[in-house]
Design a protein around this ligand. Structure first.
Ligand SMILES: NC(=O)c1ccc[n+]([C@@H]2O[C@H](COP(=O)([O-])OP(=O)(O)OC[C@H]3O[C@@H](n4cnc5c(N)ncnc54)[C@H](OP(=O)(O)O)[C@@H]3O)[C@@H](O)[C@H]2O)c1
Length: 272
């Protein structure tokens, strides 16, 4: 079994490592790639192809794990050379993934989404999959992956990912706003304790961590909300998601981007 990766960043390097340990051959191409990617490929000892065409021709499963803005471009580039199954793992909307997968001439495609963080959760992170060849992709479960088929229509996996994201980012934005007001009133400690009683044990720490992460990744999160809004607007009247995006945009305009915030109090002091 040969698994190829277009893009060799956090996702590809982690998947590649686990698959290799299970005896699966892993491939990538470093043509036009940054030194950071080259270093990762070296560190994880991926087999190197001279270009994406060769990579597409030899891979039984070819996984696209690039930056979201490149998902359609790379599918266009390799579309006519793919011999096996093409899997898009990028954080893009259902509309965009259908556009990307439409370039794969043999039609053996999978729309897939990682439902969590691969660095934190490791090989057991859930990957959901839809599309014609989802069940063949799920064959990688025998090497320890956690792929769940949700539907056979391409786009449904990305849709579920976006709906989940709309919810989780909305809650984070609300936490950020409420905790900031509580902090300004000197009631943050009591507020967090009350929240933990209302929600569940451990909620206080997870709330603090979400608030910090929301601020640190505020620009990326605001951009991701744009994709979510463009997707959801087709199905209903969007109010909350637009506000979520505004919260991330607002925090991004207020925080210092070269400072490392140790806790939420430091963060709130800087945006006062
Ligand atoms: N990390 C996660 O836990 C996670 C979770 C869910 C979804 N995702 C999604 O999975 C995808 C990959 O994420 P990641 O965390 O691995 O990103 P990453 O660490 O930023 O890596 C992206 C990789 O894609 C390469 N790349 C960019 N443009 C390319 C092109 N035109 N052709 C070939 N390679 C290209 C980059 O190479 P250079 O270094 O040369 O630019 C880099 O190796 C993203 O769409 C992300 O949204 C990630």
């Amino acid at each position: 079994m040969k698994v190829g990766f277009i893009g060799f960043g956090e996702v590809a390097s982690n998947l590649s490592k686990w698959l290799k340990d299970e005896g699966v051959e892993s491939y990538t191409s470093l043509e036009n790639r940054s030194s950071k990617t080259k270093k990762l490929a070296e560190e994880y000892a991926a087999n190197i192809c001279p270009d994406n065409k060769t990579l597409a021709e030899l891979s039984d499963i070819l996984i696209s794990a690039v930056t979201p803005a490149e998902a359609v471009n790379v599918a266009e580039e390799v579309g006519k050379y793919v011999k096996g199954i093409y899997v898009d793992l990028n954080n893009i909307s259902p509309q965009t993934v259908r556009k990307a997968l439409g370039n794969i001439e043999n039609g053996k495609t999978v729309d897939a989404a990682i439902m969590g963080g691969i660095k934190k959760e490791g090989v057991k992170v859930q990957i959901i999959a839809s599309g014609r060849c989802a069940s063949q992709f799920a064959g990688l479960n025998k090497y320890g992956l956690n792929i769940k088929i949700v539907n056979h229509d391409p786009g449904k996996a990305k849709a579920l990912k976006m709906l989940r994201s709309s919810y989780t980012k909305g809650v984070s934005a609300l936490l950020l706003e409420s905790l900031y007001s509580a902090y300004m009133m000197g009631l943050d400690k009591e507020f967090l304790e009350n929240l933990e009683r209302t929600e569940c044990p451990g909620f206080k720490n997870s709330a603090i961590s979400r608030v910090k992460s929301s601020a640190i990744h505020s620009q990326r999160k605001a951009q991701e909300m744009d994709e979510i809004i463009n997707f959801m607007i087709e199905y209903g009247h969007i109010i909350m998601s637009k506000s979520t995006k505004e919260v991330f945009k607002d925090i991004y305009s207020k925080i210092s981007h070269d400072k490392r915030y140790e806790n939420y109090k430091e963060l709130f002091e800087s945006i006062k």
